[in-house]
Design a protein around this ligand. Structure first.
Ligand code: 3PG
Length: 211
């Protein structure tokens, strides 16, 4: 319910999901080219900027990348993002109304959880994957592992404080569906169109995920 197996399988296969804050829609296509070139199949565009919905549409129109919307705080945003081509919806927390809207539209939803109680709420709603947020401040890998041991039928997308130094450790945890983070294409590098640095970070992350 509310989670499409194909989208979850693609997130899992990608291993890493760049979380994007985009200020200029014109950067969306070159970014998508770069992600595809690096072998990163999935991307999350956060609704933190005015450019986000058009950027989401521009990337979705390519057809080859699995595009999600992040920072989805309002149920009505779900519709707008799905119309723009979003195949998964990410939220920093578990808002029942956002989850229900996703489920009614049949789009994969990854609500943020940081505690066992939130995890059980997600499970009760029929979800099988969640975002673990904010991963490092909420206890990092030891917390994720303890939650996963207690609730073994859910998988996690840890996000928040993950980067090149701890990526490998998260990816080794079997309960991890994929790892999300902004380090691959951070807002400042994107604004500066620093494609060589973004490309290097994406290639490194893709390489670690493929290990
Ligand atoms: C998110 O919205 O998921 C986080 O802001 C990303 O966290 P990071 O910037 O620490 O990767």
């Amino acid at each position: 319910r509310g989670q499409d197996a194909d989208a979850l399988a693609r997130l899992h296969a990608a291993g890493v999901v760049p979380v994007i804050v985009i200020d200029d829609v014109a950067a969306a296509r070159p970014l998508a080219d770069l992600l595809a070139g690096a072998g990163l199949d999935c991307v999350e565009i956060t609704l933190r900027t005015e450019a986000a919905p058009s950027a989401l549409r521009a990337v979705a129109e390519r057809g080859d990348l699995l595009v999600g919307a992040g920072t989805v705080l309002e149920p009505d945003d779900v519709e707008r993002c799905v119309d723009a081509g979003a195949r998964f919806i990410v939220s920093p927390g578990l808002d029942p109304q956002v989850v229900e809207r996703c489920q009614s539209l049949g789009v994969t939803v990854l609500p943020g959880v940081a505690t066992a109680s939130e995890l059980l709420c997600a499970r009760r709603r029929g979800l099988r994957a969640v975002k673990f947020f904010p991963a490092e401040p909420a206890g990092g890998l030891p917390a994720l592992t303890a939650l996963a041991a207690a609730v073994p039928d859910l998988r996690f997308m840890p996000t928040g404080g993950v980067g090149p130094d701890n990526l490998r450790r998260y990816l080794r945890e079997p309960a991890v569906l994929a790892v999300g983070g902004s380090w691959m294409a951070p807002r400042d590098l994107l604004a500066a169109r620093d494609w060589s640095e973004i490309g290097a970070r994406c290639a490194h992350a893709a390489g670690v995920a493929a290990e």
